[in-house]
Design a protein around this ligand. Structure first.
Ligand SMILES: [Fe+2]
Ligand SMILES: [Fe+2]
Length: 358
């Protein structure tokens, strides 16, 4: 029996014994069934790509982006219950990069949960990251919400183990965005079996939030905005009343809804990726719900980078994108529409068109 079930059982049985007049209203709602989850917030920082040059020198811009996000996240009011880091601490998986990134992140005042990015993984297959941070997939419960962390950046064994002369050659191939030598990401059989088992103990009414690095959906394979076994992972999540997937990796705002699963991407603190359509002169690969950013002005080094403040309203996610040198954006689940919407720019006429790169 999960902690959530224990808690719900406690509230169901114990709540009725306590004089209702002595309980705060929100607790009364929980005890008497309006919803099982409480409102709370957490902050989400992602994709810092700390890059080691030599000795104790690192690329300044990527350091500055992370330092700023940590400083701002520490000033949030209300205080977030915890912090989440969405992967790609390092650029080339080096120990110096992971150490330097974690030193900056150690400034966060509160617990931090981490997900593995491909830039953290493909040098030593995650060995140093796991040594510092623990398992790459796990779950935990918080105030009536079940959180799941997955390592979604694995790929086929042939590519990982039998193709490259050195670990760094493998890392450098996977570090490129537009690389036909790359290989699609996946969660893989072992973790999907673990996920099925983990979810078997969770009540179907419990809100579920999944953290992954790559999108748990198929957006654009050419850039690995992709997870090969996305449909199989989604199938394990579809029987729950409400599921949110939060992912990094794409360094841009993306929004989608597939069945009961809402998807929200995170900004990077390091640099923005262009949207595939604006760069490739190809038909848009993005989900229709996505409101693209107007971006990025090369004269503002922090434009189209940022981090997120996330409000969980009894399981409905509201993402406030904190965007230095750009206007903040809020994407929130709209119960009437049945999917997340951009609070200001969802209507086509209200949008600021993205720049094109050709
Ligand atoms: Fe990244
Ligand atoms: Fe990534």
């Amino acid at each position: 029996m999960s902690n959530v079930m224990n808690r719900r059982e406690f509230l169901k049985r114990g709540g009725a014994l306590v004089a209702v007049g002595s309980l705060p209203f929100s607790l009364v709602e929980i005890a008497f069934g309006k919803g099982s989850a409480e409102d709370f917030t957490f902050a989400y920082i992602s994709d810092s790509h700390i890059t080691h040059l030599k000795g104790n020198q690192f690329v300044r811009n990527w350091d500055r982006g992370l330092i700023r996000a940590v400083a701002e996240a520490n000033l949030l009011d209300p205080r977030p219950d915890f912090f989440f880091y969405g992967g790609d601490i390092a650029q080339l998986g080096k120990r110096e990069e992971i150490d330097h990134g974690l030193e900056i992140l150690a400034g966060l005042r509160g617990d931090v949960h981490y997900v593995m990015g491909e830039h953290d993984y493909y040098l030593d297959l995650g060995e140093y990251w796991r040594e510092k941070l623990g398992p790459d997939h796990y779950s935990f419960d918080h105030k009536g919400v079940h959180f799941v962390v997955l390592n979604s950046i694995l790929t086929y064994d042939d590519w990982t183990y039998h193709k490259w002369d050195s670990d760094m050659a493998r890392m450098q191939q996977m570090a490129r965005l537009d690389n036909p030598q790359g290989s699609p990401f996946m969660v893989g059989d072992a973790q999907r079996a673990w996920l099925a088992q983990d979810l078997a103990g969770v009540d179907k009414d419990t809100p579920v939030v999944v953290f992954s690095h790559s999108p748990l959906q198929k957006i654009y394979k050419g850039w690995n905005f992709w997870t090969e076994d996305a449909e199989q992972v989604q199938a394990l999540l579809q029987s729950f009343r409400k599921v949110n997937v939060l992912y990094g990796h794409v360094h841009q705002i993306q929004t989608n809804q597939i069945g009961n699963i809402s998807f929200n991407a995170a900004m990077a603190t390091a640099w923005p990726w262009p949207y595939p359509a604006t760069y490739k002169q190809a038909e848009s690969f993005l989900p229709k719900l996505t409101v693209e950013m107007n971006r990025a002005d090369p004269f503002f080094e922090r434009d189209a980078t940022g981090w997120q403040f996330i409000n969980l309203h009894t399981g409905d996610v509201e993402v406030e994108y904190i965007l230095p040198d750009n206007q903040n954006r809020t994407v929130a689940f709209d119960p009437e529409a049945g999917h997340p919407v951009d609070k200001q720019f969802q209507a086509a006429a209200d949008r600021i068109p993205p720049q094109t790169h050709y």
